[in-house]
Design a protein around this ligand. Structure first.
Ligand code: IPM
Ligand code: MG
Length: 361
């Protein structure tokens, strides 16, 4: 059966990196018989410029009826002065929330070819393979009340609410334990239970859910310590379970362990496994349009789509192997460049990966 993929390039480098993932997709169709059709839609600043909203109704409708979604990036300096309600980021947050994509998987893997690209010492990061599982539709990102007001002293005041219901914690915890089960059976839940009641509940509920998974070793860590441990000894982790905000921060930190933020893919899944796939990095307005962005995180996101939404481990691995082959051949975009490498731009990196994929047939 033909699968329908909604393609949302978004802003900044988004269209450039998505174009490379689509080349990979075309190759999978031509060489390995994948039956996928794609349909583009607007999101973020591009959607705001064209329609006055960062999340048009047509985009919501398409993503609801598509089997899966591939997204580039949203945001940019151009839209920073807009009201919050129409900022490009609202498009992405709206999509996550409307489709209930609560489980965000952010694997941080250091490919051996990129050990030198990491800012950390080789012995600290080589062989790194951790999974950050971030809750994506709750917490302080969506909690109410939120806003800005003038307080009784006549001062401006800003406020947000960190709130999680038991059921929200429970469902993400289950996913965490299930992922850990398929990996090295270790789950570290990150919280700030010494200060925040909401995360004290988080810890309590995670412990309760853990009773159903006696084969998984559960540990807990305060978020400040977790940030430190990620750069001190990241290989101690297997799966890290975090709330929305902590996961946002820790996954950027973990990205640097893998050489560059341009390397990290992500999957955001609903309870049926339908997903949105996007690189974890932003729209990088400073390098947009220059053809130098790293497309690997987006291409690896496509591999995650194959694995998690379509249960196609064989083709997921093919794509990942093609990325490794391109790295082995010495191709490097600017963010992962090193001495003696073949420095290439976005399109050449995409072509090198496609060539490796084709050669693997
Ligand atoms: C991410 C991004 C987003 C987030 C932004 C673009 C809204 O930083 O996916 O990590 O904060 O979740
Ligand atoms: Mg982020």
């Amino acid at each position: 059966m033909t699968k329908k993929i909604a393609v949302l390039p978004g802003d900044g480098i988004g269209p450039e990196i998505v174009a490379e993932a689509l080349k990979v997709l075309d190759c999978l169709k031509a060489e390995f018989g994948l039956q996928w059709e794609t349909e583009p839609a607007l999101i973020g600043g591009a959607a705001y410029d064209a329609t006055g909203t960062p999340f048009p109704a047509e985009t919501l409708a398409l993503t609801q009826q598509a089997d899966s979604i591939l997204l580039g990036a949203v945001g940019g300096t151009k839209w920073e002065s807009l009201d919050y309600s129409v900022r490009p980021e609202r498009g992405l947050l709206g999509l996550r929330s409307e489709l209930e994509l609560f489980a965000n998987l952010r694997p941080a893997i250091l490919y051996p070819q990129l050990v030198a690209a990491s800012t950390l010492k080789p012995e600290v990061v080589s062989g790194l393979d951790i999974m950050i599982l971030r809750e994506l539709t709750g917490g302080i990102y969506f909690g109410k009340p939120r806003g800005r007001r003038i307080n009784e002293q006549g001062e401006r005041e800003g406020f947000n609410t960190l709130v999680y219901s038991e059921s929200e914690i429970r469902r993400i915890a289950h996913i965490g334990f299930q992922i850990a089960r398929k990996r090295n059976q270790r789950l570290c839940s990150v919280d700030k239970a010494n200060v925040l009641e909401c995360t004290e509940l988080w810890r309590e509920v995670v412990i309760e859910v853990g009773q159903e998974y006696p084969d998984v070793t559960l540990s807990h860590m305060y978020v400040d310590n977790a940030a430190m441990q990620l750069v001190r000894n990241p290989k101690q982790f297997d799966v890290m379970l975090t709330d929305n905000l902590f996961g946002d921060i820790l996954s950027d930190c973990a990205a640097m362990l893998s050489g560059s933020i341009g390397m990290l893919p992500s999957a955001s899944l609903d309870k049926h496994g339908k997903g949105l796939y996007e690189p974890i990095h932003g729209s990088a307005p400073d390098i947009a349009g220059r053809g130098i962005a790293n497309p690997i995180a987006t291409i690896l996101s496509l591999a995650m789509m194959l694995r998690y939404s379509f249960d196609d481990e064989i083709n997921a691995r093919r794509v990942e192997q093609a990325v490794i082959a391109a790295l082995d051949a010495g191709y490097r975009t600017a963010d992962i460049d090193c001495e003696g490498a073949r420095k290439v731009g976005t399109a050449q990196m995409g072509d090198a990966i496609v060539a490796a994929l084709r050669a693997s047939h």
